[in-house]
Ligand binder design. Sequence first.
Ligand code: ZN
Length: 291
Amino acid sequence: MVRSARAERVHFRLRVGVALLSWGGFWVCQARVGDGAGAGRAEIFVAPQVEGVVPRAEVVEPLEGGEEAVVMIDPGHGGLDGGTVGNGLVEKDWTLKVGLALAEELRRRGHRVALTREGDSTLPLADRPALVNAAPRLALLSIHFNAGAADVAGVETWYSWPKKPEIMARLHDGEGLPVAGTGPDDGQKLALAVQAAVQRHTGARDRGIKNREDLAMTSRIVCPAVLIECGFLSSAPESRKIGEAGYRKKLVRGIADGYEEWLVGRSGVPTGAGVPLSAPSAGEAAGDAEH
Ligand SMILES: [Zn+2]
């Protein structure tokens, strides 16, 4: 398909198999454009070059009504809910720092981003899924930090499959994801990609990906959703690193890389291939958990 667009409206995905050529006074751009259901299609965009106008790098995921889907970032806790505390660090402050930095990094790479909170506001856990589910989203990245024994450290990424019955029903009614069989949803692939990329960037102890059916910010979310436990505030060495801007940058680049790698591979239907899951940590309570 060939369409024309004004130069400033030329969108292309960085690092997602996109070719952008300057040819005879035109920009020629090939991009894979999602259809909101995970099945991408290739399109060619041609636009005349206008002096001084550089095509914007932007992910295009058109939705009904001309809206574009965003990736949601959820900085855990906030306001009256501080989350966990360790070595002088309060979780809500560091989820916000990482969440805002992640939003900036993804926007810099051309993605459209929305956040559940952008300041120190109280946002009850019960209200967060509705915010995310209000429109079709590309994915949800929920940011948290962990606590445990002083000698425990590392990064782990959570997803839920199956999700809550009402969410499974919405998916089954055609809200964009295949539900056939008992295979994992896209959230597992997203968890694998994010966990691997974060580990690669930070060198943090790899605690693996974990499936948990009762985790609110993954099991009550329609789009593929992961909750990243970015490290243990209760570990003195790890909390020191979390306090360093340079380390958080590695963390953010890892999450962004993992998200992009998942996005590239998203066009396929989940295979249901079994992936060994880590055993849940000891002492995790039943019920609808936050993290
Ligand atoms: Zn938390």
